[in-house]
Design a binder for this molecule. Structure first.
Ligand code: ZN
Length: 650
C-alpha cells in the first residue's frame, strides 16, 4: 500500500513530489530541503525520520501514513485554507521557493509559531478549555479517527490527562479498545504506558487483559524507548523485553583507551545527580543521539554534488526555548564530545539508569562485546578536556560559568579558551561545523529580528488602543511557544522514565488548573509599561543587529542598556506583586537580563587573545545564549504588557 500511494505523495510544506522524510509528531511527509529546516527547529518542534533509511517500529510508520493520507497537514495549515487568507496573499511555500528565507520562514511560522492552526474562540478561561479538549481526547481515542485526536492535541489537549470521573488516561482507553495507531500518537505526545488508573492498572495491563498482545508488547517497548535507543546507537541491539531483559549495557571493545580519571569522575557525578537532573541529562543525550544518527542518515542519502551549506547537517542541538539557557548550553556542548567520549557517556547513563531502576542490588550487568568503530572528531587528548567538559554534567544545576577561579586567576571561560587553542589545527570537518553553526545562528537572528519587530508593531498597536481606552487586543498573535508544544517528546520520555521507576514514583497527572490572582491593586499604568518595553525592545533590536554583524564588542554596552531599561521596568511594579503571573514574568525579566549581561561579557575580547584570533564554535555558543536571553526578556516584557493591560481595563 505504501508503494502505491507514494506516487501521489507531496511534501507537506512545499509540495515537491516524492518526500523522503516524515515528521512523526506532526503526521506529515516532507522533502529533503524542508526536512533540513524541520531539523533546525529541534525535536521539540518536529521529530523527523527518514522513510526508508531509519528503522521504524511498523505501527508508528502506519500511524504517520494514516495521518498523512487523511489530511493531517490541514491541521497545521487550517487558516491558510480560509479564502480570506488567500485574498491577503498569505500562502504556503512553493517547490520553486528558496530554502532560505522562503521555505524556512513558512515552516517556522507553521510549526514553531503555529501561525495557521485554528484557535478556539474561548480564551477567557484557558484551563477550562484545555480540560474540555482533554476530555474530548479521552473519548475520541476509542475510535479510529486519528486526525481528530491530532487536532485536539494541537489545540492543547493533554495526552497524559487523568480523567477525574473515569479515573484513567486516554491511553488506558485506547489500549483497552485496541486502537494501535491512537496509542502510538498518544505516546508521541507524552502519554505514559505505565501510568496507573484508580485501580492501579496500567495501559499495558488493559491491552493484555483485552487480548491485544502485540499492542501490550509495543507499549512495553515504548516504556523503555530512551534506554533502548541509547543501547541500539552503540551496539545495534535492543533488549529482549518479552523475555524479561530490559537493559543492554554495551562495553567499549577498545578498552585500551582508558578514560580513567574523567570516566570515574563522570560516573561518580552521574550517580550523585538527583533523579530529576539525571533524567534531564538522559533526555539531552537522547536528543544528541538522535541528532548524530539523523545527521548520518542525512549525509548518506544526499547527493553530494548538492551538498550546499544551507541544508547540511545540524551542528549541535537547536535551542529549546522551554529550557534554561544553561541547559541549552550543556545540550549544545554534547556535540563536542568525540565518538569515544560520547560512547562512554552513553554507557554510563545506561548503567546508571539500570542501577536507579533496580536499586543497588544489581548482580553482574549483562555485557555485550561490541565492535565500536571509533572515529575521533576532536583531536585533543581526553584528559585535557576535563576542565571544560566536566561542567556539562552539572551545568544544569549551576549558573556560574564565568566565575573566577582563585587558583589560576582565570575565568572558566578563559580556561576553556586555553584548551580550545591547544587543539591541533582545525580540520576541514571542524571548519565545516563552524560554518554550519554560523548559518544556523544567522537564521535564528533573522527569526528573532522578525519576532521583535512584530512585537514592536504590536506594542504600537496596543498603545493606540489603550489611549483610546478600548478593550485589550485579542491574543491571537503570540511569539511564545504554543502550549501544544509543551507536549513534546521530552514529555513523552519523561513519562516513560517515570513509569520505568527512575523517579521512584508514578507520574503525577494532576489537572493543571492555574488559579490566577484576582488583581494587583498597585500595578503601574499601561502607558508606562509600554514605554519601558519599547525601550527594552529597541535595545534588543540593536543587540541582535550586532550579533548579526558579528560586532561582539557591542554586546556589553547593549546588554548594559537593556539591563538599565529592565531595572526601570521592574521598578514600576510593586515589590511583592500579589499575582503569581506578574511575579513570574518579573523574575524571568530580571534574571534573563542578568544572564544576558554575563553572557555578553564572555563575548568581550580577552586580554590574552590577540587580534585576528578565531575563537571557534565557542563564540557561536555565546551568541546562541545571548539570543536566548534576549528572547526570554522580550517574552517576559510582553507578558507584563499583556497583564497590566488586562488588569487596568478591568
Ligand atoms: Zn518541501
Amino acid at each position: 500500500m505504501l508503494k502505491r500511494l507514494r506516487n501521489s505523495e507531496v511534501c507537506a510544506d512545499c509540495s515537491v513530489s516524492d518526500p523522503r522524510w516524515a515528521s512523526v509528531n506532526r503526521g506529515v511527509l516532507v522533502c529533503d530541503e524542508c526536512c533540513s529546516v524541520h531539523r533546525s527547529l529541534g525535536r521539540h518542534s518536529s521529530q523527523v525520520r527518514h522513510l526508508t533509511h531509519t528503522p521504524w517500529p511498523p505501527t508508528q510508520l502506519q500511524m504517520v501514513q494514516t495521518l498523512y493520507n487523511n489530511g493531517a497537514n490541514s491541521i497545521w495549515e487550517h487558516t491558510l485554507l480560509d479564502p480570506a487568507s488567500v485574498m491577503s496573499g498569505k500562502r504556503k511555500a512553493n517547490p520553486q521557493d528558496k530554502v532560505h528565507p522562503n521555505k524556512a520562514d513558512f515552516i517556522r511560522a507553521k510549526y514553531q509559531m503555529l501561525a495557521f492552526v485554528h484557535r478556539m474562540p474561548c480564551r477567557d478561561d484557558d484551563s477550562c478549555t484545555a480540560k474540555d479538549l482533554s476530555k474530548q481526547l479521552h473519548s475520541s481515542v476509542r475510535t479510529g479517527n486519528l486526525e481528530t485526536c491530532l487536532r485536539l492535541l494541537s489545540l492543547g489537549a493533554q495526552a497524559n490527562f487523568f480523567h477525574p470521573e473515569k479515573g484513567n488516561t486516554p491511553l488506558h482507553v485506547a489500549a483497552k479498545a485496541g486502537q494501535v495507531s491512537q496509542a502510538e500518537l498518544l505516546t508521541v505526545y507524552g502519554a505514559d504506558p505505565g501510568a496507573p488508573d484508580t485501580s492501579g492498572y496500567t495501559p499495558i495491563d488493559y491491552a493484555r487483559q483485552a487480548g491485544h498482545h502485540d499492542l501490550a508488547d509495543r507499549l512495553v517497548e515504548i516504556q523503555y524507548e530512551l534506554t533502548d535507543r541509547l543501547a541500539f546507537y552503540l551496539c545495534g541491539r535492543k533488549p529482549d523485553h518479552k523475555n524479561g531483559e530490559h537493559f543492554v549495557i554495551p562495553q567499549l571493545a577498545d578498552s585500551s583507551v582508558d578514560l580513567s580519571e574523567l570516566a570515574k569522575a563522570a560516573k561518580k557525578k552521574l550517580q550523585s545527580l538527583s533523579n530529576h537532573l539525571f533524567e534531564e541529562l538522559a533526555m539531552d543525550v537522547y536528543d544528541e543521539v538522535d541528532r548524530r544518527e539523523t545527521d548520518a542518515v542525512w549525509l548518506a542519502t544526499q547527493n553530494h554534488s548538492t551538498l550546499v551549506t544551507e541544508t547540511t547537517v545540524v551542528p549541535f542541538l537547536p535551542v529549546n526555548p522551554e529550557y534554561s539557557s544553561t541547559r541549552n548550553q550543556g545540550r549544545q556542548k554534547l556535540a563536542r564530545f568525540n565518538a569515544h567520549e560520547f560512547a562512554t557517556l552513553v554507557i554510563d547513563i545506561l548503567s546508571d539508569a539500570k542501577r536507579r531502576q533496580l536499586g543497588n542490588s544489581v548482580t553482574s550487568p549483562r555485557v555485550d562485546n561490541v565492535e565500536l568503530i571509533l572515529k575521533s572528531v576532536g583531536s585533543c587528548p581526553v584528559d585535557d578536556r576535563q576542565d571544560n567538559d566536566q561542567p556539562d554534567y552539572d551545568s544544569v544545576a549551576s549558573d556560574e560559568d564565568g566565575d573566577l577561579d582563585p587558583a589560576s586567576g582565570k575565568t572558566d571561560r578563559a580556561k576553556s579558551l586555553d584548551s580550545d587553542l591547544s587543539d591541533s589545527p582545525v580540520s576541514v570537518q571542524e571548519f565545516q561545523e563552524v560554518k554550519n553553526a554560523l548559518a544556523a545562528s544567522e537564521a535564528k537572528i533573522q527569526q528573532l529580528l522578525k519576532v521583535n519587530s512584530n512585537l514592536s508593531d504590536e506594542l504600537r498597536h496596543m498603545q493606540k488602543k489603550t489611549t483610546k481606552q478600548t478593550s485589550i487586543p485579542d491574543g491571537d498573535y503570540d511569539n511564545t511557544v504554543n502550549d501544544a508544544e509543551l507536549e513534546d517528546s521530552g514529555a513523552a520520555r519523561r513519562g516513560r522514565l517515570r513509569s520505568s521507576g527512575w523517579l521512584g514514583e508514578t507520574g503525577s497527572m494532576a489537572d493543571l488548573d492555574d488559579p490566577e490572582a484576582e488583581s494587583d491593586g498597585s500595578l503601574p499604568s499601561t502607558e508606562d509599561v509600554i514605554r519601558k518595553t519599547e525601550q527594552i525592545t529597541k535595545n534588543i533590536q540593536e543587540l541582535l543587529r550586532a550579533a548579526q554583524e558579528n560586532k561582539h564588542d557591542s554586546f556589553v554596552p547593549c546588554s548594559e542598556r537593556i539591563h538599565v531599561a529592565v531595572s526601570e521596568m521592574a521598578a514600576l511594579f510593586p515589590k511583592k506583586p500579589r499575582s503569581d503571573t506578574v511575579r513570574g514574568a518579573l523574575r524571568l525579566l530580571t534574571s534573563s537580563a542578568q544572564r544576558l549581561q554575563s553572557e555578553c561579557r564572555k563575548a568581550a575580547p580577552l586580554p590574552e587573545s590577540g587580534p585576528g584570533q578565531t575563537l571557534g564554535p565557542d563564540m557561536q555558543l555565546v551568541t546562541q545564549q545571548v539570543i536566548q536571553c534576549a528572547y526570554d526578556i522580550a517574552k517576559a516584557a510582553k507578558q507584563l504588557v499583556t497583564i497590566t493591560t488586562k488588569e487596568n481595563n478591568n
